[in-house]
Every structure is written in structure tokens, then in C-alpha cells.
Design a protein around this ligand. Sequence first.
Ligand code: FES
Length: 236
Amino acid sequence: MADKLDLSTCSSVADSQTTESESPSAPSMSALSHIPFEFNAENAKRAEEIISRYPPQYKKAAVIPLLDIGQRQNKGWTSISVMNYIANLLEMPPMRVYEVATFYTMFNREPIGENFVQVCTTTPCMLRGAYEILDTVCQDLGGIKPGETTKDGKFTVVEVECQGACSNAPMLVVGDDFYEDLTPETTKKVLDAFRKGEKPKPGPQSGRHTSENSAGLTALASKPYGPGEFCTEEFA
Ligand code: FES
């Protein structure tokens, strides 16, 4: 079991060593800079539980889940304060935490909008019209470009690599949810819902249930022949 965490030692590390860089696309970067960070009570408890899964000498193995918790608490981005706090918590050199946070693209190193829109443009999505979807998103959000945030801070759009939902291409992600089988029309509907503060139903926007054949059943459509279905009573 890991030692009990002394979170009090982590609260003042904030930006004592490094400062944030300004981002022209960020809605209120200057206001967000130099803000000390520490886990709230709920996240501190979660962090403690995660760290306890590892032997004390290997607690740095918790760096990714802790960065994720930190990013979620910090309005979706991993600031230098978040990284320094976690480095202190895990007794790691801050540089080791920066290396992890800058390697994995799911850690945002700049502030993002309220709704983080990630449009996949890898080959299967590209072949199914991903760039049309990306253009639709950018135009619908007032002509911003990938990597930018709308002036009202409501949306950030980025172009990403495969999200593992190729059978429902083209797709985009908002927050943690996938919106799939998109057309320009359904893309606008999804964005409209988020604009109104609603949460549209994730998944295929085409009427498909999941990733079943959209042309209907074309294989295994006939009655199974034995042995198999009728071998034993319980399969009858
Ligand atoms: S290529 Fe877009 S989800 Fe795989």
C-alpha cells in the first residue's frame, strides 16, 4: 500500500518554476495563467485510491490517470500548474511529467473551449467525407480553423487521428462522446444542440443502432443447420 498522501505539500508548487505561454486562440489565457492548482477533495480521494494500486516505489506509474483527473478538473487542459502538482504528488522530476503530457495528444497544453470538438480525418474517415465534416464544423463555428477556439469560448475544434470508430466513419468526438455516420446536416444538428447547452445522443447519427450493415443482413441470414442449434435442448 502507498503511504498516505500529504496533499498539503502540493498546493503551492503551481507556477513557481515555470510560466505558461500565451495562446492567441485561448479565450482568457491571461486570466488562467499563474493559477495555483490542487485536487479538490473528491479528486484527491480518487488520486489516493489510484496511487494505492501501485507499490510505493512505483507510484509514478499513476502519472497518466492523475494527469487525466487534473485536466478534467482544470477545464479540459493540462497547465504547467497541473503538471507540477502531479510531479510533486508522485515525487517525480517535473520534466518526466512534462514528457508524458506532451507525448500523448489527449493532454491539451492550451486552454480549450467549453465543447472540445475533435474531427477524425484519418484514411477511413477521409474516404467517407471527413474533410467535408471538418469544413462544416469550421464554417458552422464562425469560420475558425482547426486548433482555434470560438470567440465566445464555447467551442474548440481540432483535427485528430483515428479514434477507433472507423466502421462508423466519418465521425467526430465532443468531450468523451462519439458522433458517427455523419453528414454535413447531422454535423450541424449536433453542434446546434451543444450550442443550446443540450447533449445530443451519442453514436451513429444515421439511424443505425451500432455498426451493423447499413444494407441490412447479408450473411448468416438463413436458419442455422445442425449440429448446432438443435444439438441440445437448451438451444432449441
Ligand atoms: S479513421 Fe476515423 S475513426 Fe478510424
